[in-house]
Design a protein around this ligand. Sequence first.
Ligand SMILES: [Ca+2]
Length: 253
Amino acid sequence: MGRKLQSLVTLCLLMVFCCLIPQALAAEVLAAYPLDADLFAQGMEMVDGRLIFSSGLYESSKIGVVDLENGQLKAIQKLPDHVFAEGLTATPAGIWLISWQEGEARLLDSHSLAEIRLVQYEGEGWGICYDGEQLFMSDGSAWLTIRDADSFEVKDRLQVLIDGQPIEYLNELEYANGAIYANVLFSDIILKIDPKTDQTLDVIDMGWMNDIVFPKGAWRDSNAVLNGIAHIAEDRFYITGKRWPKVFEVRLP
Ligand SMILES: [Ca+2]
C-alpha cells in the first residue's frame, strides 16, 4: 500500500472510532501561552517544573526551556547541523533526546541540558516517553520500541491497535496516569494507549483547536500540525504543534 493510501486508511479508521466513542471530544482548553512560531515542535515534557522543548530541522535543531511569559526558548543547547532533533523524555539518569534519521540518541543533563552521553540506534526516531521503568519510542509506524532507560538497548516492541487494526504514524509521546498519549501525524488526533495491552483506550479529537490556533485569515505554515504533549498534573497537559504560535493548557480525558 502506498504511503498516501496508508495515511488515508489510518485517518478513516480514526474518524470512525471517534464517532463511536462519546468521550472523544472531552478535551478542554484552560489557558493559552505565547510560543515562538519559528519553533518546530518535536518533543515536550515537564521536568522539575520547567517545560523542556525540542525543535527539529537540520542545521537548527535545539533543546531548551519554554518561557511561558514570552514564548521564547531559553537555556538553549544547539545540536550539530547533521542532526534533526525529535522527541525527548526525562529519566533519573538525565533527558533522552532522539533524532529523526541519524540514529543518534543523546543523554542530557536534566538541568543544564548539556550532553552526557551519545548512543547509536537503528531505524528512525519520532517520539519518546518514560513510564518510570522503561522507555517507549515511536518511529512513524504503528510500533513502539521498548528500551532500557539507561543503556537504550531494545527490550521489546508493542503494536498499537484500535479494534485489532494497527495505527501508523505515531509521533510525539507522553506517559501519564498509566497511559501513553500519542500524537498521530496526518491527523488532529491524540491516542490514549494502554501499554500493557497494546490497545487504544481513547481517541481524542483535537481538530477543533485548529480554529483557535489559526483563526480565519491567519497565516499557517504548511508544517503546522499538532505535535507536542507534556503532562502537568492529574488530567492537565500542555499541547502545541510544529510552527504553532501558542502552547495551550488543556484537560485531556
Ligand atoms: Ca512529550
